[in-house]
Design a protein around this ligand. Structure first.
Ligand SMILES: Nc1ncnc2c1ncn2[C@@H]1O[C@H](COP(=O)(O)OP(=O)(O)OP(=O)(O)O)[C@@H](O)[C@H]1O
Ligand SMILES: [Mg+2]
Length: 283
């Protein structure tokens, strides 16, 4: 693994929004055929990092390499042209349009020429059906509106679309967050399938079980800094759950609550003794 060139590498990336330091000296690399889980609390900088990778933001400081060459993206289109596709949680899909129309949104296949040029619906339907089938999703009717699919199936259409249009890097920002157990399973299976095809996947999730199920390596962010990248062996499941759930904060909070309880008790006891005294005095 070490001898290969990472498909993506960032070195000492920082990003400021006014006075907010969203990322502070983050380094990370990503290789073909691996699933990298990007973990961390709310506001840790996960979305900011992948927005830099996908050309939405420019890094404030630091370097970004794609296939070992300096990348200078000015838009998501630039990243897409290098095979870096991002699927956001709020998917850019049109619910009333068919599965296959959504699959080809922005890259519609046509047939005929000049004034006779029209959308090649048969081709779109066939490809959409076949691509989804490859990933184990059976869409009976590709002409059904995408709005009738489940959340998990919709995510799957978005991922299949990215893969079909040549994604080498697939970035998924919390694709399982709003899904039930079965639908999340569908998306996780899809991630594993993409890896099997040699695609490099960055998977953002708040769910340690989802991360552990498909992740090869784990990068943990906290308040814009990285704790580093760990393999599954280096980072046990318990350790990961602890780091992700902000267990340290919970610990601190517990101490604080215990302190409150103690003060409360002391205050009550003091009050009680004063009342005892008053009672004794009145007798
Ligand atoms: N466009 C922006 N303008 C100003 N501040 C921003 C912007 N984008 C992100 N931030 C700030 O940067 C920090 C990191 O945000 P980011 O969205 O990267 O976190 P995250 O790890 O994705 O969190 P979550 O798990 O809640 O999605 C936060 O403090 C956030 O408020
Ligand atoms: Mg986010």
């Amino acid at each position: 693994m070490m001898a290969r060139t990472p498909v993506i590498e960032v070195r000492n990336i920082s990003k400021y929004f006014g006075s907010v330091i969203a990322l502070n000296g983050v380094s990370m690399d990503l290789y073909p055929g691996e699933v990298m889980c990007l973990l961390g609390d709310n506001g840790a900088g996960k979305s900011t990092l992948i927005k830099i990778l996908s050309g939405v933001h420019k890094p404030g400081e630091g370097e970004y390499f794609v296939d070992g060459q300096q990348a200078d993206f000015h838009s998501p289109r630039d990243a897409l042209d290098r095979g870096i596709a991002t699927v956001y949680q709020d998917l850019a899909m049109i619910p009333l349009m068919s599965v296959s129309r959504n699959f080809f949104l922005g890259s519609e296949p046509t047939t005929g020429w000049g004034p006779f040029r029209r959308l090649n619906i048969a081709f779109a339907d066939e490809v959409a059906r076949a691509e989804l089938a490859k990933m184990g999703i059976d869409i009976r009717d590709p002409s059904q509106p995408v709005g009738t699919l489940s959340g998990g199936e919709r995510q799957s259409v978005a991922i299949a679309r990215a893969v079909y249009f040549g994604a080498r890097v697939l970035i998924l920002d919390e694709p399982t967050a709003a899904l039930g157990v079965k639908q999340a399973g569908t998306v996780l299976r899809y991630i594993a399938q993409s890896r099997a095809r040699g695609i490099a996947v960055i998977f953002i999730t708040h769910n340690p079980h989802h991360a552990y199920a498909v992740g090869d390596r784990f990068t943990i962010l906290k308040r814009g800094r990285t704790f580093g990248t760990f393999t599954k062996d280096e980072l046990g499941r318990e350790e990961m759950v602890r780091m992700m759930s902000g267990a340290d904060e919970l610990d601190a909070m517990r101490h604080e609550l215990e302190e409150f309880a103690r003060e409360d008790k002391a205050m009550h006891e003091e009050k009680a003794s004063v009342m005892d005294q008053q009672l004794a005095d009145s007798l």
